[in-house]
Design a protein around this ligand. Structure first.
Ligand code: DAH
Length: 346
């Protein structure tokens, strides 16, 4: 092939080249050491007569330079093109909305517990705690719940294996069935007047259903002074509920029985609930807590003189309050760890 023809062919081909791979191929095809088209011409020069050798040699050498130039130019072009495409792909869209970072959040029961504590703290109450593993003396005996007395059955108990042996009697370990033992633990170590709440987890050996769990939370309350009475209790607890539900509420005290209070009451709150397919709302009383005046025997257990002091105590179920506040139909949802439920408080 003539040098001029090789040039023509090369120029045509280099036009179409669009990738580094093709560029490498064309380079090999024309300038390859053994079988490059132009290399072959250069190798065959020595067979030509001297005059022609000079002429063709000059042409071929200058075409070689030209081809090398074209190839390096093309190489630069492809490189710029590649870089541009890369940049385009990496382009940051500043108008894109940011991705939301999800932080952890508090469990609904934690939120409710914190709110309850805040309300009582604002009323001058102190927050104290007691152990979840209790012994039968604090959980029962000191609270005027005698051994073998049927009232003990009110609290289905998880008993633990170990026991403490005293000279006169044995105290068995258990998971506390209520927060009331904290009353006695606190009174043993503090002189009245005082007002405390004791929040914490309690356990019941019971069959579970939508309103019963084997573990739940209670807040115990205790206020002792020279002349505390039930109307003090009523005022404080009404204020508490109005703060907690953030609206006016109506409560009523209903006579009841607890071994550690005399008299004992149960507190109901009035709720208006919608009846299906009707416009009017039905009024319903919902039982929310137990309370009463501290029984003289409980003062005695804590070595306080019942003739000097009187006070009220109450125990409220935290789960129950959370269920009412957030309209949750099943207490077990709090403990299932189902994120679809929990993340509603995010
Ligand atoms: N401890 C009771 C329970 O778990 C609740 C209770 C009732 C606590 C009356 C009190 C009280 O302090 O005075 O069922």
């Amino acid at each position: 092939m003539k040098v001029s023809e090789i040039k023509k062919k090369f120029l045509k081909e280099i036009e179409k080249i669009n990738s580094f791979k093709e560029l490498e191929e064309i380079k090999l095809n024309y300038l390859g050491r053994k079988s490059g088209i132009l290399t072959k011409v250069l190798h065959s020069l020595k067979k030509l007569p001297i005059e022609e050798r000079k002429k063709v040699g000059k042409e071929a050498n200058s075409l070689k330079k030209e081809i090398e130039n074209f190839i390096s130019l093309k190489f630069e072009k492809l490189k710029t093109k590649e870089e541009k495409e890369k940049l385009l792909k990496e382009k940051v869209d500043l108008t894109c909305p940011g991705k939301k970072v999800y932080l952890g959040h508090l469990h609904p029961l934690t939120l409710v517990l914190r709110e309850i504590k805040d309300i009582f703290l604002r009323m001058g109450f102190e927050v104290v705690e007691g152990p979840e593993i209790e012994n039968s003396v604090y959980n029962f005996d000191a609270l005027n719940i005698p051994k073998n007395h049927p009232s003990r059955d009110l609290w289905s108990t998880f008993w633990l294996d170990s026991a403490l042996h005293f000279s006169s009697h044995t105290s068995r370990f258990l998971l506390r069935t209520h927060t009331s033992p904290v009353q006695v633990r606190y009174m043993e170590k503090h002189q009245p007047p005082f007002r405390i709440i004791a929040p914490g987890r309690v356990f019941r050996h019971e069959r579970t259903d939508a309103s019963h769990e084997i573990q739940f939370y209670q807040v115990e309350g205790l206020m002792v002074d020279k002349n505390i009475n039930l109307s003090n209790f009523k005022a404080i607890i009404l204020h508490f509920f109005e703060e907690f539900f953030k609206k006016k509420v109506e409560i009523r005290l209903r006579p009841s029985y607890f071994p550690f209070t005399e008299p004992s009451v149960e507190v109901d709150i009035k709720f208006k609930s919608k009846i299906k397919n009707q416009k009017s709302k039905k009024e319903k009383w919902l039982e929310v807590m137990g309370a009463g005046m501290v029984h003289p025997n409980v003062f005695k257990s804590a070595r306080l003189n019942p003739f000097n002091w009187q006070g009220f105590a109450f125990g409220v179920g935290v789960d129950r309050l959370a269920m009412i506040k957030y309209k949750i139909p099943d207490v077990r949802l709090f403990y299932k760890g189902d994120l679809r439920f929990i993340q509603q408080w995010r």
